[in-house]
Design a protein around this ligand. Structure first.
Ligand code: ATP
Ligand code: MG
Length: 230
């Protein structure tokens, strides 16, 4: 059955603009992604990468074209089902003014403290536990602030905990040094085996292990291939 796990994604002639007076943010995008495939979406700033990811989370619906997940049109999925299937890290990760624990639990309400700690360890955020408050440490206003790179890693920890079979990651390694970037990319590779991964980036660096790289420009996919080809 088409709905038995995994996440195959199809976009057919998808066009989208934010407002009727805006130019097309996506212009007739067609894309077939097999279940378990790892795709990098590459392109210059403003070319439509985040927009494409956002449409897949149904933050907006396209004015034209069709989006299908596992044979079922995206707009026929219930919000809850779609959300439980997808792990999303947006370009700007939001920190809630609350405890570290709460900041993680919102992605996986039933996770144990041990699972939360493991996720923090996986993304290299052990440091946040390195005080007597541990998971009770207060973050955000009146508490500890996180750097840009730490925020991204917090977003990744949430995605790992949520454990959807479709991972949508918007520049998860932006602002990280090369070594941390490598660590995160190999972690991603490990945790997303058998899952469908779409990762937005604007660097070709580190994409050798992706099955396919789709290059976007002005709302279109202009080239596709593996790291070798591009
Ligand atoms: P970057 O690499 O800078 O993140 P991007 O490829 O993710 O760029 P998008 O954010 O998808 O680009 O933007 C595509 C186009 O849509 C841009 O012209 C942008 O200005 C416009 N745009 C993005 N978000 C909105 C919005 N919420 N309202 C109106 N226009 C938007
Ligand atoms: Mg973007």
């Amino acid at each position: 059955p088409q709905n038995a796990g995994g996440a195959a994604v199809t976009l057919r002639d998808v066009s989208f603009r934010y407002a009727s007076s805006d130019p097309l943010a996506l212009d007739s995008v067609s894309l077939d992604i097999a279940s378990g495939e790892h795709i990098a979406l590459l392109g210059r700033t403003g070319c439509g990468k985040s927009t494409l990811l956002q449409l897949l989370t149904r933050a907006w619906d396209p004015q034209q074209g069709e989006m299908v997940l596992n044979g079922i049109p995206l707009n026929s999925w219930t919000e809850a089902d779609l959300r439980s299937r997808t792990s999303v890290v947006t370009q700007r990760v939001h920190l809630f003014t609350s405890t570290l624990r709460d900041n993680l639990l919102l992605a996986a309400p039933n996770a144990s403290d041990e699972e939360l700690s493991t996720a923090l360890h996986q993304v290299g955020l052990d440091k946040l536990l390195d005080n007597e408050q541990g998971l009770n440490a207060w973050l955000g206003e009146g508490g500890r602030q996180l750097s840009g790179g730490e925020l991204r890693r917090l977003g990744l920890a949430r995605a790992l905990l949520h454990n959807g079979d479709l991972l949508l990651l918007d520049e998860p390694t932006e602002g990280l040094d090369a070594e941390t970037e490598q660590q995160i990319l190999s972690l991603l590779r490990k945790v997303s085996t058998g899952k469908t991964l779409i990762m937005v980036t604007h660097r070709l660096r580190g994409l050798a292990n992706f099955d396919r790289i789709c290059v976007m420009d002005s709302g279109r996919i202009i080239e596709q291939g593996d790291h070798q080809k591009l």
